[in-house]
Design a protein around this ligand. Structure first.
Ligand code: 13P
Length: 248
């Protein structure tokens, strides 16, 4: 049984005080649903968010990590640091990191392995740009991203990973993929995972959709049988909207 996971990706928004303000309001609104709620906060907010959510079942995650254990890597944050600050999840390979910060399938793979070794669950982002969708090669593109990200990861570890399908043309554009487009890709991802691992492994893995998810479209997206949750950008910044998404 896969428990749906709805995660907010705050991207580069909110100071620690603004994060605390969000958490206080979100805790007032929060009620138990069948969905696991998660906030992936900027690194400097993680500690404040973890403190605020102590005693609740709302989880905390990061948006990036470095794969080395420790050392002279100015500006980077390690798996152990995230764990000690209260993180259980970490996004890797978000398209914005691939586009602006040189993230590749190889670094995604190293980061995913480092997270798994340290006991954190990677949320591995995949998804195609508009030109790839227009050319009709989105399945091959996503399959290659999956193969790169999961190289050398055992099926036991793969089960702990979350995959977020985020078509780049739907991120922050208000142009949500149709539930069918999102559902078809998530089914294709599940089939690919069966090929890479086996049916039992693929069956346990959470596959999210991300890209312009809002209170108004979440329920159609969650109706798709192979979609197990969402990775929400803009609409996760507002506690009322994010709660409406979780309680779809
Ligand atoms: P939006 O929900 O703002 O489109 O962002 C999606 C996203 O990139 C989540 O990781």
């Amino acid at each position: 049984m896969r428990i749906p996971l709805i995660a907010g990706n705050w991207k580069m928004y909110k100071t620690p005080d603004e994060a605390k303000f969000f958490c206080e309001r979100f805790k007032e609104l929060y009620k138990d649903t069948d969905v696991q709620a998660l906030i992936c906060a900027p690194a400097v907010d993680i500690f404040a968010v973890s403190e605020a959510f102590k005693g609740t079942d709302i989880k905390v995650g990061a948006q990036n990590v470095y794969f080395e254990k420790e050392g002279a890597f100015t500006g980077e944050v390690s798996v152990d640091m995230l764990k000690a600050s209260g993180c259980e999840f970490c996004i890797v390979g978000h398209s914005e990191r691939r586009q602006y910060f040189g993230e590749t399938d190889e670094t995604v793979n190293k980061k995913a392995k480092a997270l798994l070794e340290g006991g954190l669950r990677p949320i591995i982002c995949v998804g195609e740009a508009e030109e790839i969708r227009v050319a009709g090669t989105q399945n091959d593109h996503v399959k290659n991203q999956l193969k790169g990200a999961f190289a050398g990861i055992s099926s036991e570890d793969a089960k702990k990973c979350v995959i977020a399908y985020e078509p780049i043309w739907a991120i922050g554009t208000g142009r949500v993929a149709t539930p069918e487009q999102a559902g078809d890709m998530c089914s294709f991802i599940r089939e690919t995972l069966i090929g890479m691992y086996d049916e039992d492994t693929a069956d346990e893995m959470i596959i999210q959709y991300g890209g312009s998810v809002k209170p108004e479209n979440i329920s159609d997206i969650m109706d798709m049988p192979e979609i197990d949750g969402a990775l929400v950008g803009g609409a996760s910044l507002d506690p009322d909207k994010f709660m409406n998404i979780i309680d779809f």
